[in-house]
Design a protein around this ligand. Structure first.
Ligand code: SF4
Length: 228
């Protein structure tokens, strides 16, 4: 049996089992966290994306229009992670495309980069209904995708946008006012926590703090002497 055929058969078996579990009332499967040195199936971002596009591991798959995997350069030195797709992202299948996305584009441009040079993703890949915060079991079910994205891209710096993204990646629940401003370490990657662009639309006075954070990120990247 060829690899292609056996993988197809395996996929069918997994889909059958998931359907059976749903009939039995199991809606969330906890996927163990992977360490950053565990390779993806064939080592490519595309293979992880293909897996996400077919994912039914948590209840968010029921109400999504499109899986929003991530966008940008697979060689990016800078990665932004938000909490989850909103309405526009769910419809278009791309993260940060609404008003908050336009503001993020301006922030990226002010740092001297283009959107295509960085990588943008979310902690959960499917839209939580009514734009509610992703629940802990949904974040846990989706975390394997995020970890593998980081593992493949290997950015030098990750910017976590908003409280939910900080909770999902660093498992910290302190207020952003205390967490922002300094780099933290996550599996050897520098991480900067800051406010989500949607928060800035509601609270423009916080823009100055985000800009302070982004200048530290920009200057740290510049100090290592390459473009993002
Ligand atoms: Fe799968 Fe993540 Fe979507 Fe849940 S949010 S169905 S874990 S891709």
């Amino acid at each position: 049996m060829s690899d292609k055929v056996s993988r197809g058969r395996l996929r069918e078996q997994v889909a059958d089992r998931l359907e059976q579990l749903q009939k039995e009332g199991v809606w969330v499967l906890s996927i163990p966290e992977r360490e950053l040195d565990v390779p993806a199936a064939d080592g490519s971002l595309e293979s992880v994306e293909a897996e996400a596009l077919a994912c039914v591991a948590c209840r968010l798959h029921e109400t999504r229009t499109k899986v929003v995997f991530g966008v940008g350069s697979p060689n990016a030195r800078l990665m932004f992670i938000g909490e989850g797709p909103g309405r526009d992202e769910d419809l278009q299948g791309e993260p940060f495309v609404g008003r908050a996305g336009q503001l993020l584009d301006k922030i990226i441009a002010a740092m001297g980069f283009e959107r295509e040079q960085v990588y943008i993703a979310n902690a959960v890949k499917c839209r939580p209904p009514q734009n509610r915060d992703p629940q802990a079991d949904e974040v846990s079910a989706c975390k394997s995708f995020l970890i593998r994205q980081v593992e493949i891209i290997r950015p030098e710096i990750i910017v976590l946008l908003g409280r939910s993204a900080v909770g999902a990646v660093l498992d910290l629940s302190a207020p952003l006012s205390r967490l922002r401003g300094n780099f933290r370490d996550w599996n050897g990657v520098k991480v900067m926590c800051t406010y989500h662009p949607a928060y800035l639309l509601r609270n423009p006075s916080a823009k100055a703090m985000v800009w302070e954070d982004m200048k530290r990120v920009r200057d740290t990247l510049a100090a290592s002497g390459e473009d993002a």
